[in-house]
Structure formats: structure tokens, C-alpha cells
Design a protein around this ligand. Structure first.
Ligand SMILES: Cc1ncc(COP(=O)(O)O)c(C=O)c1O
Length: 485
């Protein structure tokens, strides 16, 4: 296995093509190396280039921006930039404006909520989702439940923690398949199918072909692209998902508090919002007790938009375009491959492995997120709280826990439904909960790579694990109680 950086470059010669990202790291992302910081949490948030902050300041210094959507010049200046950002979002995902629109939200979670609360769930309109999902998608089941819609989870199976297509088909097929997509048949709607293009736990990439598959079975599709798009291209003219939530900070770090629901206009028109608010209506009467919603995206953008930050999305998109998402994909794929090569080679002196990886051990059909636990020489899991504390002290930013994806965690740690049902409604601490499930730890360690990652980050991380945990027995002494999962 390639251990040194020279061996890495020999094993992944295509990495050399990404040298431009080393230049950017030294200039636009210089705060990493000037602080000796090893940033390994791109699935948590992407990082911003200094140019993005400069552009924000320059824009605000040059003009006066007012609350959008009125006639005055300050307002017009904001409206123009917000609409420019909207066009830029659609162009970036190759989403034809006649077919798609983009709704600005606070984040991907808010985009999911817009769909969940307005979707026409009912006894005959189900919610089907993969067990590998972020809680922002799991939570939609409560909207479905409130409207008496059946919810069905599709299990995670096999050593790579993927979802089998056969299981997807049988979950989507309660009775019979609708067959070829004709406009007459497609209006028979069975419900909503939600899955992530990339798991934020294991990094598994679920097939984008499932969008068409689910359409064939009569489902609308909520494709969670939040963890996928920071390192992968998504072409919505080919992948015609109905609802696509994203958080912009995950792509380029800044601005925070800005996301999007990119949505097919036809699917959007079928949503029924449970309320109206400032900005979302054409007209409303107090005495008449009626309202008429605005058209398209405007009906879903509650109150005053984040008009000073939305234009930064346009800048961020152009920044990514300038680098090229395929270059970022290539670089992170090489580094992920090296990480996956090296972690399993780490050994205690007695020959026992130092790490257990959850998910695929190779770069096929996965992204740049790797979840694992550290094992001691006797095969016991090293408590993730210890790793959180010691990695932080060593200047590494990584993640520990279950990453808001309980389904992937339950599959990784092989926790069965009966054990989980026994704990239903029990008011116990997280530590007692883990004990009752027989779990040695509260989750996993997650390392995720992104556009500013380099060879040294991976090297320093591997050295940290090897030097800190080799031959060291696991202990929980001195660790604070867990407050949440
Ligand atoms: C796959 C996935 N979906 C949804 C979300 C929710 O994103 P946000 O917290 O920005 O709303 C995340 C966040 O980590 C995620 O990784």
C-alpha cells in the first residue's frame, strides 16, 4: 500500500492534474496552514476562499441595498442580485428554467421542511425513504404520519452499507407497477420517495437512476443532494428529481444561512402550503378570510429574504465553476482512495487492526466521506469522545457521533429493530441507552475531504491515529457523560 507521499503520487498519478488546488490552498485557503490546521470536516461545512469575503465586502461598500420587491432603487438593486443568483443556481445544475425553479431557504433542512409540510400525504400517498437518510428527511415522516400516510423504510444491507435496488423496487411497488411513463399514467401518484445522492455517514453514493425508477412507479422524488454536490456534478436536465435540497455553505463555506430547494415547477404546483406569510401571497383579506398565493418560488419564500447574502451564492457558484467540480472530484477521489488504502494497514504490534471502516473500502460508488472506529489491541472500540478530545488537541477538525443519520448508524453497528423497540419511550440517559443496546461507543469517527484538502492532511491524520492509538488499551476514564446522540 502506498505509505509515503511519493508512493501516493505513484499510485494516483492523476492527482498531479489537480496542482491548481495546491496554489489556491496556499493563497485563498492560507488560514489552514498558517494555523497548522488539519481540516477534515467538509461534510460538516465546506471552506470559503478569502476572495469570497472580499467580494462580499466590496459589493456592500459600493451600493445601497434595500428590502427587495419594491420600486425604489435600493430595493431594485437587491431584487436584481437575488434574481441573478436564482438564475445562476439553475444554470449551475443545468436545470432548464422552464422546467425548474429555485427557492431560497435558510438551509437544506428548511428546504426539506417546505416539501414535507406541503406534500399531499394521505392514506393512499405514502412516504418511502431509505434507512440511510439525514434526520431532516427522517423528520418528514412526522408530517406523513399526521396525515395518516404509511411510511416505509428501505433497509441498508451488506458489508458496504448500501441499499439494494431490488429492495427499492419492492418498497415502491405496493401492488403493481405503472409501467412506461406516459402522461396519462404519471398522474397516478403513490407518494414521495426520499433518498440521499450521497450518505453523510458512510459516503455511499446511491444511484441517481432511482429518480427515473421511482417516477416509473408513480412517486415524486426528493433527492437530498446536500452531501453530494460539494464534490460531484449534478445535472438536473438528466436527473429529473422533483425536489432537491442543498445548503450552500457545504459547497463553498460562505454564506451560511442560505440554502435552496431546487424543484420541478410541475411538482411544486402540487404542493399545498399549510399557511401563508409576508411575501408569499398575491392578495389576502382579513374580513373575507381568503388569500391567493403568489406564483412559483415566491409562494415558498417566507418573509424578507437574506438579500445581503444571496448574491454571495452567485459568487460562490462562479468560484466553483472557475475551479471546476470535476477537478475537485478528482482530487478528493485520489485522497479518499489513499485514506482507504492506508487505514486498514494500520496495525497494533500484535497484528490486530487499528480501525474498522463502515461502508465501502474502495472509491467505487462512494464520495469523500469515510466513517470508522478506532480499535484497541484487543479489538475494543476506542470511545469516540476520547478521539474527539485528542484530535482537537492535535489541531485536527474531524467529526464524531452519529452525524444525524441514525439509520446508517443502526446498520453500521448492527442494531436490530427488537432492541430499539424495547427502548421506545424510555426516559434514560444517552449512556444508559447505549448500554441497553450493548453498544461499546456512541457512534463513529468521520473524516471528510473537500476542495482544499491535500496530501499532508491525510498524512497527518494517519500519523495521528497511528501514533496516538497504536498498542493503547481503550479506556473511558475521565470522559464526560454524553448529552446527545
Ligand atoms: C445529507 C444531508 N442532508 C441534509 C443535511 C442538512 O443540512 P443543513 O443542516 O445545512 O440544513 C445535511 C447536513 O449535514 C446532510 O449532510
Amino acid at each position: 500500500m502506498p505509505g509515503t507521499s511519493e508512493e501516493f503520487l505513484a499510485a494516483y498519478p492523476e492527482y498531479a492534474i489537480t496542482a491548481r488546488l495546491d496554489e489556491l490552498r496556499a493563497t485563498e485557503y492560507c488560514y489552514l496552514d498558517s494555523n497548522e490546521h488539519v481540516y477534515l470536516d467538509y461534510a460538516g461545512t465546506g471552506l470559503a476562499a478569502l476572495a469570497q469575503y472580499r467580494a462580499h465586502t466590496a459589493r456592500l461598500s459600493e451600493a445601497c441595498f434595500g428590502n427587495p420587491h419594491s420600486e425604489n432603487p435600493a430595493s431594485q438593486a437587491s431584487t436584481e442580485l437575488v434574481e441573478c443568483a436564482r438564475r445562476s443556481v439553475l444554470a449551475y445544475f443545468n436545470a432548464p428554467p422552464a422546467e425548474y425553479t429555485a427557492i431560497f431557504t435558510a438551509n437544506a433542512t428548511a428546504a426539506c421542511r417546505l416539501v414535507g409540510e406541503a406534500y399531499a400525504f394521505g392514506p393512499a400517498k405514502r412516504y418511502v425513504l431509505t434507512s440511510d437518510n439525514h434526520n431532516s428527511l427522517n423528520g418528514i415522516r412526522e408530517f406523513a404520519r399526521a396525515r395518516h400516510a404509511p411510511t416505509r423504510y428501505i433497509p441498508i444491507t451488506g458489508a458496504e452499507l448500501r441499499i439494494s435496488e431490488q429492495d427499492v423496487r419492492s418498497a415502491l411497488q405496493p401492488r403493481m407497477r405503472i409501467g412506461v411513463r406516459t402522461s396519462a399514467k404519471r398522474h397516478v401518484r403513490r407518494g414521495l420517495f426520499a433518498y440521499p445522492a450521497q450518505s453523510n455517514f458512510t459516503g455511499v453514493q446511491h444511484p441517481l437512476e432511482w429518480v427515473d425508477l421511482a417516477h416509473d412507479y408513480g412517486y415524486d422524488v426528493l433527492l437530498d443532494a446536500a452531501a453530494f454536490v460539494p464534490t460531484n456534478a449534478l445535472d438536473l436536465s438528466a436527473v429529473k428529481a422533483d425536489f432537491v435540497p442543498v445548503s450552500w455553505y457545504k459547497l463553498f463555506g460562505y454564506p451560511t444561512g442560505a440554502g435552496c430547494l431546487i424543484t420541478r415547477r410541475e411538482a411544486l404546483a402540487r404542493l399545498r402550503r399549510p399557511w401563508f406569510s409576508g411575501g408569499t401571497i398575491h392578495a389576502v383579506s382579513v374580513q373575507g378570510d381568503w388569500y391567493s398565493p403568489a406564483d412559483g418560488a415566491a409562494a415558498f419564500e417566507d418573509g424578507t429574504q437574506n438579500f445581503l447574502s444571496i448574491p454571495d451564492i452567485d459568487y460562490g457558484i462562479n468560484w466553483l465553476r472557475g475551479i471546476g467540480i470535476d477537478l475537485i472530484n478528482l482530487r478528493t477521489r485520489c485522497l479518499t482512495g489513499w485514506l482507504l488504502d492506508r487505514l486498514p494497514t494500520l496495525r497494533h504490534d500484535n497484528g490486530a487492526p487499528l480501525a474498522e471502516i463502515y461502508g465501502p473500502h474502495h472509491t467505487g460508488g462512494r464520495g469523500a466521506t469515510v466513517a470508522f472506529n478506532v480499535l484497541d489491541p484487543f479489538g475494543c472500540v476506542v470511545d469516540e469522545r476520547l478521539i474527539a478530545r485528542e484530535s482537537a488537541a492535535a489541531g485536527l477538525s474531524l467529526r464524531t457521533g452519529c452525524f444525524c443519520n441514525p439509520g446508517a448508524g443502526e446498520a453500521a453497528f448492527e442494531i436490530g429493530r427488537p432492541a430499539l423497540l424495547r427502548l421506545f419511550g424510555k426516559q434514560i440517559t444517552i449512556d444508559d441507552y447505549l448500554k441497553a443496546l450493548g453498544l461499546p461507543t456512541g457512534g463513529a469517527v468521520r473524516v471528510s475531504l473537500g476542495l482544499a484538502s491535500n496530501i499532508r492532511d491525510v498524512q497527518r491524520f494517519i500519523d495521528f491515529i497511528d501514533e496516538t492509538y497504536r498498542n493503547r488499551p481503550a479506556t473511558v476514564d475521565g470522559l464526560p457523560p454524553r448529552e446527545r446522540c
